[in-house]
Design a protein around this ligand. Structure first.
Ligand SMILES: Nc1ncnc2c1ncn2[C@@H]1O[C@H](COP(=O)(O)OP(=O)(O)O)[C@@H](O)[C@H]1O
Ligand SMILES: [Mg+2]
Length: 372
């Protein structure tokens, strides 16, 4: 087994606010292996930055423990943690040259061979011959590379990045995310990376931590999180998902059947998320369940009618080349999306047409309607 770079145990942070307290981070547990890249993804205010700041030591947890490379660092000051931090605003020293910015930490640590180390670090981030320039003479992307060089030159145990690309334009952001990921792999450095950008989080990470309201909703690879969301929040937050609300008609432990809106029955696999006890939660007959289904897992077919099929009206039909994007309205008013791959023998349905749709049961996931 690989060595643990970081262990968060029930880490909690409560802030005092004018009219009471707010729990910004709520009992977060996470283990990160040496060399792993973990991204934190979640809506604004969900506690990503606070979590990172506690790992760095800028904030102390209200309760819980932080272990770095096997050592308890919960209350250790920032400068004793050997951690590198890259922020959204580059925080370079404006009056210092690129060289001096990168050399600063090494000098204050009294290191040798500073010139060579700075040169290597600048080369690694793709900045040759910039030593004598000043931050104001560099583009945003270049400044962020200097910030990165300044951190990796110190050979930290952990690299923490908080929305480091948010100030860059879209094209550069995509380019830089690939470069950061390559560099992180090359150096084998353990990295925690905060972002609110889904595609950034999914494309850069070994594992993703999805947060919501201070809590970890799910930890997993991009594939796991997309194909097996453990809660409605994750299903809805990652990628596009249709969430149909249906009633349970039978539940046998693994197989769940729900009513279709017109009285028929639809059965599919049922993966019960770990935190849910199916005997007490909403998998019982008569309870509400949510069917989570990705648009690409729905096929649109000619209208069948009757109880055994899902019927709907096409409210939008857009041909986008590789597939047709349908928006369908169900008899109960719910709207769902279906992405049907284009083939030259397919029938394309138009707006206002009555259709039926078929869900591949293998790709349907049921979740209780409300998480406790
Ligand atoms: N120093 C602070 N004092 C009071 N409240 C704070 C402080 N820092 C963060 N918070 C609150 O904690 C919550 C989480 O914030 P943050 O960790 O910055 O979220 P994110 O980075 O996911 O957007 C927010 O409600 C925020 O207002
Ligand atoms: Mg933040």
């Amino acid at each position: 087994m690989k060595k643990l770079a970081l262990n968060l145990e029930n880490v909690t942070k409560t802030f005092k606010k004018d009219d009471g307290y707010i729990t910004a981070v709520d009992r977060v547990n996470l283990q990160v292996e040496e060399g792993e890249m973990v991204t934190f993804l979640g809506p604004s205010g969900c506690g990503k930055t606070t979590t990172l700041r506690m790992v760095a030591g800028f904030e102390l947890p209200t309760s819980g423990a932080i272990t770095i490379r096997g050592l308890d660092m919960t209350n250790t000051p920032v400068n004793k943690r050997k951690i590198g931090f890259v922020f959204q605003n580059y925080a370079l020293f404006p009056h210092m040259s690129v060289y001096n910015n990168v050399a600063y930490g090494l000098k204050s640590r009294g290191e040798k061979d500073i010139r060579d180390k700075v040169k290597d670090a600048l080369l690694l981030v793709g900045l040759k011959n910039t030593e004598n320039r000043f931050p104001s003479q560099l583009s945003g992307g270049e400044q962020q590379r200097v910030a990165l060089a300044r951190v990796i030159v110190m050979e930290p145990n952990l690299l923490l990045m908080d929305e480091p690309l948010s100030n860059l334009d879209a094209k550069l952001r995509i380019h830089m995310r690939t470069e950061i990921r390559k560099l992180q792999k090359k150096l084998g450095i353990t990295c925690l990376y905060v972002t609110h950008d889904q595609s950034e989080a999914l494309s850069m990470a070994d594992r993703i931590v999805v947060m919501n309201k201070g809590k970890v909703e799910q930890v997993g690879t991009a594939f796991e999180i997309y194909s097996n969301p453990q809660s409605l929040f994750v299903a809805d937050f990652i990628g596009q998902a249709n969430i149909m609300h249906l009633k349970v008609t039978s539940f046998t432990g693994e197989n769940l059947e729900v009513n279709t809106h017109n009285g028929g029955v639809f059965g599919a696999r049922c993966i019960v998320p770990d935190h849910i006890d199916p005997s007490v939660e909403s998998y019982q007959v008569g309870k509400d369940a949510a069917l989570v289904i990705r648009p690409e897992s729905i096929n649109v077919v000619p209208y069948k009618g009757g109880e055994e099929s899902f019927n709907a009206t096409v409210t939008s039909s857009i041909f986008v080349g590789s597939h047709v994007e349908y928006e369908l309205t169900l008899p109960n008013g719910e709207m769902i999306k279906a992405f049907v791959p284009y083939t030259n023998t397919m029938q394309i349905f138009n707006e206002d047409q009555q259709v039926s749709f078929v869900i591949d049961p293998v790709n349907a996931l049921f979740l209780p309607r409300k998480k406790k």
